[in-house]
Design a protein around this ligand. Structure first.
Ligand code: AMP
Length: 635
């Protein structure tokens, strides 16, 4: 077994031969003539001249050996339904969906916007687009009509796919009605909308000439055979919108060949998922994690993938562990927020099921605080691997790589740079490399490895300006995250560079303070924001959720816990990081993907408008922040 260090070194120093080897993990219809063309920095072209297809690699390639193996298992605790598709069945469904799209005029290079709940048809649609070379853009079901319209206007789709409705916590969410509204707002609406009726909206209106019924059209394409379009490795496979510092979302554009290779390599060396095994990723297909690790990567690896529609605590907090037991899940991928939700529930649920099949739990998407990392590791008695990446990269940047070497886990750290990433910690002021334990900007020296975004859809200049202009001295990709590396080479992510707080000249990451607050045994989770302070420039403010709320019933109890939390922060980080106040709430405002809406909290704390809240999970959480602030002000 190579060491992680050596493996990484070779991926950078001997880049072309390293990636040529990894490229053998996928099928090439036509071999590539060059591993990398980097003649137009920072635009990298991988596997130039090679022809392949994501859908072929995900499905067709496996038919001979595993046609009867389950490929996709759908479990819905929202509508109490389970469906399972073998590779052969999924192949047939995807061909049928491809034929349906073609019948509606979709051709190679056309965009298809998919605004669907977590149902198998959404996966059929993604794979069908990949099959015929259409470019999918999945929009997360939680986005409001105006956000959807903005994405439609940027992508200009030929076709849009939706369902009558979805379900969240047993409550129907009307997808089609929202699409109708978005199409009224959009300047460039598609000509056709294909709708999968689940029976969740019996009164759903249909627009004559525009709306097409999925099931009726599917009946006409039973048994359709649609060959894969062979695409040059660098042609676009999909666009996925992500928010940045500006109000206008960016269309992250991904290629075909580089993405297939990166995903296959990540499954082997990071996630350790092999053919015939089962992967359960609890994300949503509307996010990058869903694209990479619900749909493409597990199928490329010949695994069974689980598509779960529901929440982690319904019908009870044991549901995910029951799925692990019943489906013999080998690899699980989730997010820290979900684990913190489970941490507040009865721990007996974790002991109730046989989890012997599970090898690793991977967590990503947001900082994994040390107490949560320790708790879940002990509760599962399995390695829990924190790994760090972004929508832009499509696959992990920092991670342990148990497929290469079983390195010890350090709680609170996503371990080491992943192969292919020439990661640097650069000082913000002069772009010089930081010393051990010195906080600096996490940057990637280009070329970005295979699988990362190729550009911003339709806007090369924005790609360069947004990501490669942080340092005037050199052109490197900024992650906009702070990080440190300890003396042993482990990295720690300290929050966004754009969320930094400056307290009396001392720069502090809100994440660092959150970690410290969470060290108090009665804190389940918290959010820290910087607010203006006349004396010190900024001061941190903490909003915390207590594990045991009974201690907060009286003003004295609240004051006591606040005092203890402050002492904990003093102890962990020093008095400089002590929050001005600690407000107690029972939930934090988050997006549906679990990211805390710090900016909205900060805005409220500074008496400003919280801005765009279309992705908020529960508006009640923001109300709690408002009330908590009012209460303190009155006291
Ligand atoms: P997104 O593109 O929405 O997945 O967000 C990416 C951002 O989430 C990163 O730039 C980080 O700020 C944060 N992030 C993702 N994974 C981690 C992690 N394991 N630890 C800390 N922060 C993370």
């Amino acid at each position: 077994m190579a060491s992680v260090k050596e493996f990484h070194r070779r991926s950078i120093e001997d880049r072309e031969s390293f990636w040529r080897e990894q490229a053998a993990l996928v099928h090439w219809h036509k071999p590539f003539s060059r591993v990398l063309d980097y003649s137009r920095p920072p635009f990298a072209k991988w596997f130039v001249g090679g022809e392949t297809n994501l859908c072929h690699n995900a499905l067709d390639r496996h038919l001979a050996e595993r046609g009867d193996q389950a490929a996709l298992v759908y479990v819905s605790t929202e509508v109490n339904e389970e469906r399972s598709y073998t590779y052969r069945e999924l192949h047939a469904e995807v061909q049928r969906a491809a034929a349906m799209m073609q019948s509606l005029g979709v051709k190679k290079g056309d965009r298809v916007v998919i605004y669907m709940p977590m149902i198998p048809e959404a996966c059929f649609a993604m794979l069908a687009c990949a099959r015929i070379g259409a470019i999918h853009s999945v929009v997360f079901g939680g986005f409001a009509a105006a956000s959807l319209a903005a994405r439609i206007d940027d992508a200009r789709p030929k076709l849009m796919l939706t369902a009558d409705g979805g379900s969240r916590m047993g409550k129907v969410v009307l997808y089609k009605a929202l699409v109708d509204e978005a199409l009224r707002l959009a300047k460039h609406p598609p000509e056709k909308v294909l709708i999968y009726r689940r029976g969740l909206d019996p009164n759903m209106p249909a627009a004559a000439g525009r709306d097409v019924d999925w099931k009726a059209l599917a009946a006409r394409h039973e048994g359709a055979q649609v060959p894969c379009a062979w695409l040059e490795s660098n042609e676009p496979s999909y666009i996925l919108y992500t928010s940045g510092t500006t109000g206008q979302p960016k269309g992250v554009q991904r290629d075909v060949g580089g993405y297939a290779v990166a995903l296959a390599a990540s499954m082997k060396h990071i996630f350790c998922g092999g053919p015939g095994e089962t992967m359960f990723t609890t994300s949503d297909i509307g996010w990058v994690v869903g694209h990479s690790y619900i749909v493409y990567a597990p199928l490329i690896a010949g695994m069974t993938t689980i598509l779960y529609e529901g929440v982690p605590i319904r019908p009870d907090a044991g549901i995910w562990w029951k799925i692990v037991q019943d489906r013999r899940v080998n690899v699980m991928f989730s997010a820290p927020t979900a684990i913190r939700v489970l941490k507040k529930q009865d721990p007996a649920y974790l002991k109730k099921y046989d989890l012997s099949s599970l090898r690793h739990l991977f967590l990503a998407g947001e900082p994994l605080d040390e107490p949560t990392h320790v708790w879940i590791s002990q509760a599962l008695d399995k390695p829990v691997i924190d790994h760090y990446w972004q929508t832009e990269t499509g696959w992990p940047i920092l991670s342990a790589m148990p497929g290469v070497e079983k390195t010890p886990i350090k709680f609170g750290s996503p371990s080491f740079p992943v192969f292919g990433y020439d990661l640097q910690l650069l000082r913000e002021v002069d772009a010089e490399p930081a010393a051990a334990n010195e906080k600096a900007v996490v940057a990637i020296v280009p070329p970005l490895p295979p699988g990362c975004m190729s550009t911003v859809w339709g806007d090369d200049a924005r790609f360069v300006k947004t990501y490669f202009s942080t340092f005037s001295k050199m052109q490197v990709y900024s992650t906009f995250d702070w990080g440190i590396r300890d003396a042993e080479g482990y990295y720690f992510i300290l929050g966004r560079t754009d969320d930094v707080i400056n307290v009396a000249g001392h720069r502090l990451g809100t994440r660092e303070i959150e970690e410290a607050v969470s060290m108090h045994p009665n804190i389940a989770e918290c959010a820290v924001v910087g607010v203006q302070d006349a004396l010190k420039g900024q001061m941190p403010l903490a909003f915390a959720v207590a594990k045991d709320g009974s201690k907060l019933a009286t003003p004295q109890g609240r004051a006591q816990l606040e005092k203890e939390v402050m002492e904990t922060v003093d102890k962990q980080l020093g008095a400089i990081a002590r929050p001005r106040t600690v407000h107690f709430v029972t939930l934090l405002p988050k997006t549906r993907s679990g990211k805390t809406l710090r900016r909205a909290i900060q805005a409220l704390a500074e008496g400003r408008d919280p801005g765009d809240l279309t992705t908020i999970e529960d508006p009640g959480a923001l109300e709690q922040i408002r009330n908590a602030l009012k209460e303190k002000a009155a006291a």
